[in-house]
Design a protein around this ligand. Structure first.
Ligand SMILES: [Zn+2]
Length: 348
């Protein structure tokens, strides 16, 4: 049967209406207001208009900024858009700490895109990060941040910081952070050592006793302290003698200058196996210590693979008490105390 022309025309019109309806539905679902990103962008635009801070020249940037219901949102928009930050950059400024945001406010535009995602990023150090990265572009950005934060880009012993609380369990004493000449722990106790009683802080002594029991039970050796707490004047004599023998540059690689020795904290202990003559522990004794010291709250303070971080040659006999939590992370993540403090203690 052949359809009449008008009927054919009506059928074509109905078909066009159906196709148009389907296309309309499809278009509408793709622009659904429940689409979060779209909604957030609309919210940013609405926000700037409602708050009378809309500026036509930032129209494209507003569209890239994810709205945040946050007291600082308005302040951040009016501060950073005029400095030249793009919408995407505003999104990551919104994720920085308040301290970092305040530091950034005082500066002209700077490109922080390589650094802002790391939790120990410090706006104050941005120029040093860039310089250090240029000199060490085989390092990843997170290493650059940590190494600059712990001052590896600066010469040692120039204007070292004075430690504010020598009694802090996590006190950091190195070539950039030194103790007051007069600092002396007020809870010194004594452990029996190879050459007599060895003074050290009580918590280090209690932990050492447990470590000694374990090493005796597990590999049947003794590890006895030779020296632990040393006061400023003792360290002065020691260091000056080394300088007389070897010169300053060499002495600095293995001995701390007075005030900058971890031994003055009373938390560092040098251990020795009494049946051996060498100061260094044997490979097998050290293998046990390296894998087990953390169980008692100690770390290997100057490991061989981190000489450039600690500034000291490997000392496989020198342990430092830091408590169980820090010791476990330092051991598991192969960190130094410097790196641990920067990553887990300091807030930027
Ligand atoms: Zn030592």
């Amino acid at each position: 049967m052949k359809l009449k022309k008008p009927v054919k025309r009506i059928l074509i019109i109905i078909l066009i209406i159906i196709v148009a309806f389907i296309m309309y539905k499809y278009y509408k679902s793709n622009n659904n207001p429940n689409n979060v990103t779209q909604e957030k962008i609309n919210e940013t635009l609405k926000f700037v208009k409602d708050n009378n801070i809309y500026d036509e020249k930032y129209k494209d940037e507003y569209e890239k900024i994810t709205y945040q219901d946050n007291d600082n949102f308005k302040d951040i928009l009016v501060t950073f858009l005029p400095k030249g930050y793009k919408g995407e950059e505003i999104n990551y400024i919104l994720k920085l700490s308040n301290a970092n945001i305040n530091k950034l406010k005082d500066k002209d535009y700077i490109d922080i895109s390589n650094y802002y995602t790391y939790k120990n990023f410090n706006v104050d150090n941005i120029d040093r990060y860039n310089k250090y990265y240029e000199e060490h572009n085989d390092y990843s950005y997170d290493l650059v941040i940590t190494y600059v934060n712990i001052k590896l880009d600066l010469p040692v012993y120039t204007d070292p910081a004075i430690v504010s609380d020598g009694n802090d369990l996590l006190v950091l004493v190195n070539k950039y952070n030194c103790l007051e000449k007069t600092y002396r722990p007020n809870d010194l106790d004594y452990a029996s050592g190879i050459y007599g009683n060895v003074p050290m802080r009580k918590m280090a002594k209690d932990a050492l006793v447990k470590l000694q029991e374990a090493v005796k039970n597990e590999i049947n050796i003794e590890l006895l302290p030779t020296t632990a707490y040393r006061d400023y004047s003792f360290q002065s004599t020691l260091y000056n003698n080394y300088v007389k023998e070897d010169g300053v540059a060499a002495a600095d690689t293995y001995s701390a200058r007075p005030g900058c020795s971890e031994h003055q904290t009373g938390l560092a202990i040098d251990l020795k196996n009494p049946i051996r003559t060498n100061v260094r522990l044997s490979e097998s004794d050290y293998a046990w210590l390296k894998e087990n010291a953390y169980r008692f709250g100690f770390i290997i303070r100057f490991p061989g693979n981190k000489e450039f971080v600690t500034g000291y040659q490997e000392e496989n006999w020198h342990i430092r008490y830091v408590g169980m939590d820090a010791a476990k992370i330092i051991h598991d993540d192969d960190l130094t105390l410097e790196e641990y403090i920067d990553l887990y203690v300091n807030e930027y």
